[in-house]
Ligand binder design. Structure first.
Ligand SMILES: Cc1cc2nc3c(=O)[nH]c(=O)nc-3n(C[C@H](O)[C@H](O)[C@H](O)COP(=O)(O)O)c2cc1C
Length: 177
């Protein structure tokens, strides 16, 4: 290991290299897991018109004026072909009782909407019942970022329901409190 990695210690810990090894990758993921986030499901339509949704924790605010949000979309997922510029989608911010929704929309190859109560938002985009907030968006831009693309959404309409949130921390989904 390079000397610069072992010289500095913070609270007894040496710095870790996130690159090029299974251990480095795991350390990187674990350190990212210290950053607690909320949990969202991005809903929309695939190019052939089917409804789809994916669980996403990389959501964040980008701009207040104009109203923009962003998140990252994995290259490997089945939804990579969705979310092209100009297409509508919705951010469903999950509430504390919706751990089952987060797990359902993170799975591959199941009919994700079966038994899920929804209402049709703008352009018919499904809004999942019971969420704590909704942002209805159009894809403003997409930028490459390693093994993900950054998706920028322009918010057209929002609902702030105000329920307690579901959280994601250290790799686990937890209700607030
Ligand atoms: C807690 C959690 C957070 C996730 N965050 C993201 C994310 O920010 N971006 C992403 O592309 N996938 C994320 N995923 C993975 C997707 O939910 C998953 O790959 C997707 O639902 C697979 O479905 P698809 O093949 O139909 O796209 C996350 C999964 C979990 C469990």
């Amino acid at each position: 290991m390079n000397e610069s990695f072992t010289l500095l210690k913070i609270e007894g810990r040496t710095g870790e290299d996130p690159r090029d090894s299974a251990e480095g990758y795991r350390n990187f993921r674990n350190a990212l897991g210290q950053f607690a986030t909320g949990v969202t499901v991005m809903t929309g339509f695939s190019p052939n018109g089917d409804r789809f949704g994916i669980t996403v924790t990389s959501f964040n605010s980008l701009s207040l004026d104009p109203p923009l949000i962003l998140w990252s979309l994995g290259r490997e997922g089945g939804s990579f072909a969705c979310f092209q510029a100009g297409t509508p989608f919705a951010v469903n911010v999950l509430s504390s009782g919706q751990k089952d929704m987060a797990e359902r929309f993170a799975r591959v190859g199941i009919p994700k909407f079966e038994g899920v109560a929804t209402q049709n938002g703008l352009d018919g985009v499904p809004l999942i019942a019971g969420a704590s907030a909704y942002f209805e968006c159009l894809v403003e831009a997409r930028y490459p970022g390693g093994d993900h693309d950054i998706v920028v959404g322009r918010v057209r309409r929002l609902f702030n329901i105000g329920k307690d949130p579901l959280l994601f921390h250290k790799g686990a989904l937890r209700p607030l409190g």
